[in-house]
Write a protein that binds this ligand. Structure first.
Ligand code: PLP
Length: 448
């Protein structure tokens, strides 16, 4: 598929370019996180409202980034905003026990079937860090089994094989854990084993070999860090079975899927009783709040009832908790939001598939609920190894050309290693249809 003849964006990004020149002098790459940089410079956003974001040049886009999935109700959604505005008047960081934390904890415990207790922190990375430390303390073992491509945060425990790179990743039946960063502790390499997502046979082998040393198996119940990769039939069940068999804890990392696909997350709804669940992102509709959750017998190992250190100045801060209560309340009282999001997701995916079919472009759309992915590939993506070459670069030529086209037409898809989009409850059918139409125009030009 050639895209060389496609037009470049006509919209002006002059102020973004200028900001980038300033920003890179004062911050590495002009950004505050690797996921935000892209060539030739990021589009610097100024504001978000509902389903839209506006950049510093005044261009308005329908937003399919949704804060890496954190925006579920919509940017600054009216009722959520009113709740936050009330809260901000009366102190945001009490950093002491408070009533609102109790209220949110009770709500989550009542909404999620297989947990008795929750503990609040701020980011998904913190949540997985605490979950793994808890698993190590309880089992007295050190090793973690994680799946290639699954992303659980930036810390040394989990920053392994977050992308599949054929030059260093080893064969599928003998994968090599690849550090995602320099500067990681040497000992961390001895504490992780990897396995392909959805590869039940290899999972059995890894557990056969390392089971006695495993503290935990950690898994994304839907593999959104490769777009939309569903767990194959029996895969999550196998994660549960092998963990139980070898005495490791199963951690369902629902930092994306929790709340976004239902309050209880994905694993519990599929009948998988994980020992620890982590949540983050959308739980407070875009204010930092993350959750470690589990049965009392697990959670009570955290201090002060147990001996596992759990602390943080901003844990359960009043702003995050108010945002969490507002968002969770809304989802509890209006569960039809999920039906709406799923219908919108199906509409978008179906529209894209039709458009691809009509244009004769060999690409795939995978979608679940409010998340969709478009892969310029002709085979299904079932694991990190199936990702097209864009799985290791943010600037794959086909993906970049499509994104630029869509930006020009008023749709923001965040440059990532593949094309992934999130919907929020403020998106409309008209916006989705317009997006499909603009995509269809793009595909038509590609096939011309
Ligand atoms: C499944 C999963 N777990 C954990 C994290 C880390 O969350 P945070 O970026 O809030 O530290 C992410 C972030 O994308 C994630 O997708």
């Amino acid at each position: 598929m050639s895209s060389a003849h496609l037009q470049q964006p006509a919209i002006s990004l002059a102020r973004s370019a200028e900001l980038y020149r300033r920003a890179r002098v004062v911050s590495p790459g002009g950004v505050h996180g690797d996921g935000r940089f892209y060539d030739p410079h990021p589009v610097y956003l100024r504001s978000g409202m509902g389903s839209h974001v506006t950049d510093v040049d005044g261009n308005e886009y329908v937003d399919f980034h949704c804060g890496f999935g954190a925006i579920l109700l919509g940017h600054s959604e009216a009722r959520w905003l009113a709740d936050l505005t009330e809260r901000i008047k009366t102190g945001t960081c009490l950093a002491s026990a408070n009533e609102a934390e109790v209220e949110l904890s009770e709500k989550l415990v009542s909404a999620i079937p297989n947990i008795d207790m929750v503990a609040f922190c701020n980011t998904g990375s913190e949540a997985t860090y605490h979950a793994i430390r808890l698993a190590r303390a309880i089992t007295g073992r050190r090793k973690l089994l994680k799946f290639e491509g699954n992303y659980h945060g930036w810390h040394d425990y989990v920053a392994w094989s977050t992308r599949f790179d054929a030059s260093v990743g080893g064969p599928a039946n003998d994968p090599v854990p690849v550090p995602a960063s320099s500067g990681m502790s040497d000992s961390a390499a001895d504490e992780v084993v990897t396995c392909g997502y959805n590869d039940i046979a290899h999972l059995e082998e890894v557990v056969e070999e390392h089971g006695a040393e495993l503290a935990a198996v950690i898994v994304e119940p839907i593999f959104h860090n490769a777009g939309v990769v569903m767990p194959a039939e029996g895969f999550l069940e196998a994660c549960r079975t092998v963990s139980t068999r070898c005495g490791a804890l199963l951690i369902a990392d629902e930092v994306i899927t929790g709340v976004r696909h239902g309050l209880a997350g994905v694993a519990a709804r599929r009948g998988i009783d994980a020992d620890i669940m982590t949540m983050g992102k959308a739980v407070a509709n875009g204010v930092p709040l993350a959750v470690v959750a589990g049965r009392e017998g697990i959670m009570s190992h955290l201090r002060p009832t147990g001996d596992v250190l759990f602390a943080g100045t901003f844990n359960g801060n009043a702003l995050s908790v108010a945002a969490g209560i507002s968002c969770v309340d809304r989802l509890m009282t209006e569960p039809q939001i999920y039906d709406y999001l799923s219908a919108l997701g199906r509409r978008l995916a179906g529209g894209l598939r039709d458009a691809l079919g009509k244009a004769g472009v060999g690409a795939r759309v995978q979608q679940y609920g409010s998340v969709w992915a478009l892969y310029f590939a002709d085979r299904p993506v079932l694991s990190a190894r199936d990702l097209p070459d864009s799985g290791t670069t943010k600037s794959g030529p086909r993906e970049s050309a499509y994104r630029r086209w869509m930006l020009q037409r008023g749709f923001y898809i965040h440059p990532h290693y593949f094309l992934r989009g999130y919907l929020n409850a403020s998106h409309t059918e008209d916006e989705v249809d317009a997006f499909v139409e603009a995509s269809a125009d793009y595909f038509d030009q590609c096939s011309a």
